[in-house]
Design a protein. Structure first.
Ligand SMILES: Nc1ncnc2c1ncn2[C@@H]1O[C@H](COP(=O)(O)OP(=O)(O)O)[C@@H](O)[C@H]1O
Ligand SMILES: N[C@@H](CC(=O)OP(=O)(O)O)C(=O)O
Length: 465
């Protein structure tokens, strides 16, 4: 409590929704913030799930936004959201006015004007973190620690004009330089910022991690602590593998590849500002804060001890397979495909190719059935491939490790356990990144593929059945 000694280093500390789900968790968070004077800047998510099957406040806000868009004015939407904040606020005896203000802000959301429905959705969602940051600042104050809520508008967190998938604009970092970190704790809401036109925009889901990373870079932090509900980042998702090995240290780029391919514990885009600022990240458990957690650092600070650091799997992909003889001789084939993707506003993730074959892998979240249909028709008409197959049932497995570069035969060791268990591999991609191998499998095989590869590289592991 208080500031009996001067703070030395500056740490940005982000707490995920699971760490702020109710008053009991918020109490732990207050203690964590108070336990280290260097924890100067706090980033909050919206209250998350309290138990399996619970609904995150962000999802309640999405329901509220959708109801508003259909003209449904049932007060239950506000009531369901407000009770989450009320329970936390009452646990800390925050002044009535703080809770009344939260309720008023929730009620006024439908009355504001928005340029379009997408911006309305962004503004509703962002209030999960905004209101939680205001409330958390009040909880800290009630607990005897000076704290101030910082509005991302005041801080100059500027985002692109993509209301629900925004990216940070470079000017943000100049704006953040002007922020003075003094005696009081600064509490920032995660997940959102403002466009140059002054409208709220959010990052993609899970984006509070990105805000923490932006602040860590912009405020020149010595460490970015990311508190969640697991003791460490594990070598495989603990929902797939029983008691996976914790990773004590890993590199920025290992984390980037693993979070991209399914390690949801840390948002995949969030690594980038931390790399740009060379700020190490420490993922820790709010419920076990004395454990060391996982440290994510520059390459030069890690000496790999094993070939594989982690194995991730994700089902969020779909693929388009094209076959045409003499594809290798066709000038402009890929260009024509890219033009069609551009026409439909679709980006692709990977494009592995063979002499007569091409597979294009997409993030399925950006595609609806109508777009897929039109895009495939266009490709068929324009390029006339011998085979065109849309594969909706597509998963990517990523096996990642800095240690792979020095080890011969890793591919064989990845493929063998899959072959032994009859799992078909549709694609292997090792080309560009020398620290990862990517495999394409059917969705239904993805979890098993992760398990068997894990078992092979981390022997004696118990497997969940
Ligand atoms: N390799 C992994 N190591 C640790 N956790 C993982 C991994 N892969 C997926 N997870 C999941 O990530 C969850 C934490 O992320 P998230 O739910 O976004 O937390 P928060 O609400 O704290 O932001 C864990 O509970 C775990 O189920
Ligand atoms: N609350 C937002 C943003 C976020 O980052 O949340 P969390 O830290 O709980 O993953 C979401 O649910 O997407």
């Amino acid at each position: 409590m208080g500031t009996s000694r001067e703070w030395k280093l500056m740490k940005v500390v982000k707490f995920g929704g699971s760490s702020l789900a109710d008053a009991a968790h918020v109490e732990k968070v207050v203690q964590i913030v108070q336990a280290d004077l260097d924890r100067k800047v706090v980033v909050t998510s919206a209250p998350g799930k309290r138990f399996a099957g619970d609904i995150k406040v962000t999802d309640l806000l999405i329901k509220y936004a959708n109801a508003t868009l259909t003209g449904d004015t049932d007060p239950k939407y506000v009531a369901d959201i407000f009770t989450r904040y009320e329970e936390i606020g009452q646990g800390f005896n925050v002044p009535e006015a703080v809770l009344a203000d939260i309720k008023a802000k929730l009620e006024s959301l439908p009355k504001q004007s928005y340029p379009n429905d997408d911006y309305l959705m962004a503004a509703f969602k962002a209030h999960g973190e905004r209101l939680n940051a205001e409330l958390f600042a009040a909880c800290l104050t009630q607990s005897g620690t000076k704290a101030r809520f910082v509005d991302p508008k005041e801080a100059g967190i500027l985002l692109s004009d993509d209301p629900n998938q925004a990216s940070v604009l470079e000017e943000t970092y100049d704006n953040l330089k002007k922020i003075k970190v003094g005696d009081e704790k600064l509490v920032f809401p995660g997940f959102f910022g403002f466009t140059k036109n002054g409208y709220i925009a959010t990052f993609a889901r899970g984006g509070s991690d990105i805000t923490g990373s932006i602040l860590a870079r912009g405020l020149n932090a010595s460490l970015y602590e990311n508190f969640t509900d697991v003791d460490a980042i594990f070598a495989a998702n603990p929902k797939i593998v029983d008691h996976p090995l914790p990773i004590t240290k890993m590199t920025f780029r290992e984390m980037r590849e693993l979070s991209y391919a399914g390690f949801s514990v840390f948002n995949d885009e969030a690594i980038i500002p931390a790399i740009q600022g060379q700020v190490p990240i420490n993922v820790k458990n709010t419920n076990n804060p004395d454990l060391p957690g996982t440290l994510i650092v520059p390459e030069k600070d890690v000496t790999p001890t094993r070939p594989v650091t982690g194995i991730a799997g994700s089902n969020r992909f779909a693929a388009l397979y094209l076959h045409r003889y003499l594809l290798n001789k066709q000038v402009g084939f890929t260009l024509k495909i890219l033009n069609i993707l551009y026409k439909y506003g679709v980006s692709y993730e990977h494009m592995p190719s063979g002499i007569d074959d091409l597979t294009i892998i997409f993030d399925r979240n950006q595609l609806d059935t109508d777009t897929i249909h039109k895009m495939c028709n266009d490709i068929q008409k324009t390029l006339n491939p011998d085979t065109l197959e849309w594969i909706d049932d597509y998963a990517i497995i990523m096996v990642v490790g800095e240690g792979m570069r020095a080890k011969i035969g890793t591919i064989e060791n990845i493929i063998r356990p899959l072959a032994e268990h009859g799992i078909a591999v549709h694609m292997i991609n090792q080309g560009a990144s020398r620290i990862s191998i990517m495999l394409g499998t059917r969705e239904s095989d993805a979890d098993d593929a992760v398990k068997y590869i894990y078992q092979h590289f981390f022997s004696n592991a118990k497997l969940k059945v």
